[in-house]
Design a protein around this ligand. Structure first.
Ligand code: CA
Length: 225
């Protein structure tokens, strides 16, 4: 997958949240680097020339998110999107002193996070649209028109079937677990069974047949491409 969208540094000590943010942003084509505390995060900011920093307020160690943001601001105009667990921190986040570009209050939807990141980057950079059409053999997944085509002919899919196909095609070559697919397509807050994934995969296989380059990876899940 290309890194045309640039690098995002995520400074967050909660592994669950960091992994989810990582998954969603990588799916959008970003290069994602994770830091667990402020020191590590600031070191990455200096080394990696990121486009944006996603910054948790409550961090372990000597510097909390406010400190880290102050430091980033002292060095330049890198966009910062804060994550906070507390509504009452919002005034401080948006205050003149820190001047964050945006914030999300936990728990947040990872899709919303992706939308906010894209909005910030549209303001601060001329970010190209994600790849419009993924083509493999006779199959085309048109992400802009949200349709799948087989030999040029549209194949009717339900919304979920298309989202699953789009997610798979954005993660070509990777073995994805059912849980990753659930998180990526249905959302982390969706309450359901991993068999839901199998049911939708079966539908895609039925509708697309051998055009669908999807392998079952035993003990893991599925791999596209
Ligand atoms: Ca935290």
């Amino acid at each position: 997958m290309s890194n045309e969208n640039g690098t995002v540094i995520v400074i967050e000590d909660d592994h669950h949240i960091a992994d989810l943010v990582d998954l969603y942003l990588r799916r959008e084509g970003f290069r994602v680097l994770l830091a667990r505390d402020g020191e590590q995060g600031l070191a990455l900011v200096k080394q990696e020339d990121p486009w944006i920093v996603i910054l948790d307020v409550g961090l372990p160690g000597r510097r909390d998110g406010f400190e880290v943001c102050r430091e980033i601001r002292a060095q330049g105009s890198l966009p910062v999107l804060f994550l906070t667990a507390r509504d009452d921190e919002v005034d401080r986040i948006l205050g003149l002193e820190l001047g964050a570009d945006d914030y999300l209050v936990k728990p947040f939807s990872p899709r919303e996070l992706v939308a906010r990141v894209r909005a910030i980057l549209r303001r601060t950079r001329d970010v190209p649209a994600p790849q419009d059409v993924v083509a493999i053999g006779d199959l085309e997944v048109d992400l802009r028109r949200r349709e799948a085509r087989q030999g040029g002919e549209e194949v009717r899919l339900t919304t979920r079937e298309f989202e699953l196909l789009a997610f798979l095609s954005n993660n070509q070559g990777l073995a994805l677990s059912r849980q990753q697919l659930l998180n990526g397509v249905w959302g982390a807050d969706w309450y359901g069974d991993e068999r839901t994934v199998d049911v939708h995969v079966a539908q895609l296989r039925k509708k697309l047949g051998s055009t669908l380059p999807l392998a079952t990876v035993w003990g893991v899940g599925y791999r596209f491409g």
